[in-house]
Design a binder for this molecule. Structure first.
Ligand SMILES: Cc1ncc(COP(=O)(O)O)c(C=O)c1O
Length: 355
């Protein structure tokens, strides 16, 4: 950054890199963004588009997509004023961080976690209290509780199951963390549909400082439509909504959500498929020499190889795009790939075996 430009922009930008996806977003076998390998079926897309073309495109949608929020609240069995929808959960992360952080505020982030948390905290000039995972990538619950208390943090953000480690906390462990602190505890459940653990939604009425984040981009297979949700008690939600971008969710996103929820067996079927394939992949990779595979609670697996850059390149040349997550704390020489279709997983396995 030149000095002239540095003068014009927020000084925090000096510490922030633009978001990029190594290897791009195109590949014969694309396993690098934890997406669902199953697209929404054509008959349902046609139904959605059929409804969308009857909408007035010249008119703004509602300030917030109330119809979709009602549908999701109904789906979860909670009251609509506990739910807010966003244009992807990334947009909700911006909203929540804006609502909770700023200069002089402290945020606890387990390390490594989803990279956007750190970026937003830096952007908002807040102090980050990083708490490293154990060497086996498990959360260090005691260290989180201790750091939250000793540093008097204002905000705790936990991705469980966690991207990029694929590890989870139990409901009881999150309860302990939330009960031992008066900070707002944001639990990002982007991968909860693939988890062996119970969702924290069960405690949403009980813990006044708990907020849950959900995305429709993973198990629900709507990454291209951009839908996320936050869930919390109504009083907290009312405050969090203040910095929300108005009109951020399109009429199309609203219709899509309603229609997909009405056909939710599509999701449960694909989750069952992915879980079955995850276990097959885990067992098969466990038997490969020189590759360590971590037990996963998500739709992706983490492996440690002798040389991650070399393996990334070789897979890339074979048309298989994975994510090199070696740059993350404690994840030297680790690669991440999501579970794909059976044939894709077989090709990945063959390529790893050949190495
Ligand atoms: C933990 C976690 N949270 C949030 C997101 C953002 O998802 P989206 O903006 O597509 O809802 C991701 C995406 O990879 C993620 O891994």
């Amino acid at each position: 950054m030149t000095r002239e430009i540095a003068r014009m922009v927020n000084p925090a930008l000096q510490h922030i890199a633009p978001y990029k996806v190594e290897g791009g977003q195109q590949a014969e076998i694309k396993l690098n963004q934890n997406e669902s390998p199953f697209d929404v079926p054509m008959w349902l897309k046609e139904e959605i588009v059929g409804e969308f073309i009857k909408e007035p495109w010249n008119r703004y949608p509602d300030i917030l997509p109330y119809q979709a929020m009602n549908a999701y609240a109904n789906f979860l069995g909670i009251s609509p004023d506990m739910v807010m929808m966003s244009n992807g959960s990334n947009e909700m992360l911006y909203t929540i961080f804006l609502a909770c952080l700023g200069r002089g505020r402290k945020v606890l982030i387990p390390e490594p976690s989803f990279s956007l948390y750190e970026k937003l905290a830096l952007l908002l000039d807040s102090q980050i209290v990083g708490v490293p995972m154990h060497a086996n990538l498990d959360f260090d619950v005691e260290a989180i509780i201790r750091a939250a208390r000793d540093e008097s943090v204002d905000f705790i953000v936990i991705s469980t199951p966690n991207n990029p480690t694929s590890k989870s906390l139990s409901l009881e462990e999150v309860r302990l963390i939330a009960e031992s602190s008066d900070a707002l505890v944001l639990v990002d459940e982007a991968y909860i549909e693939f988890s062996r653990q119970r969702s924290l939604l069960e405690l949403i009425h009980e813990l006044p400082n708990l907020m849950v984040l959900r995305t429709m981009s993973k198990a629900i297979a709507l990454a291209g439509v951009r839908i996320g949700f936050a869930i919390a008690n109504p009083a907290l939600m009312q405050e969090i909504a203040k910095p929300k971008i108005p009109f951020a969710s399109s009429r199309l996103a609203e219709i899509t959500l309603r229609k997909v929820l009405a056909n939710y067996s599509l999701v449960t079927d694909s989750v069952a498929y992915i879980l079955h394939e995850r276990e097959k992949l885990y067992t098969a990779i466990s038997s490969l020499k020189k590759i360590e595979v971590f037990e996963s609670d998500t739709n992706f697996l983490i492996v440690r190889v002798p040389d991650a850059s070399d393996v990334f390149e070789r897979l890339y040349c074979a048309g298989i795009l994975v994510r090199n997550v070696s740059g993350y704390h404690l994840m030297e020489n680790c690669l991440r790939f999501n579970v794909g279709l059976i044939e894709e997983n077989q090709q990945l396995l063959a390529a790893l075996s050949a190495l």
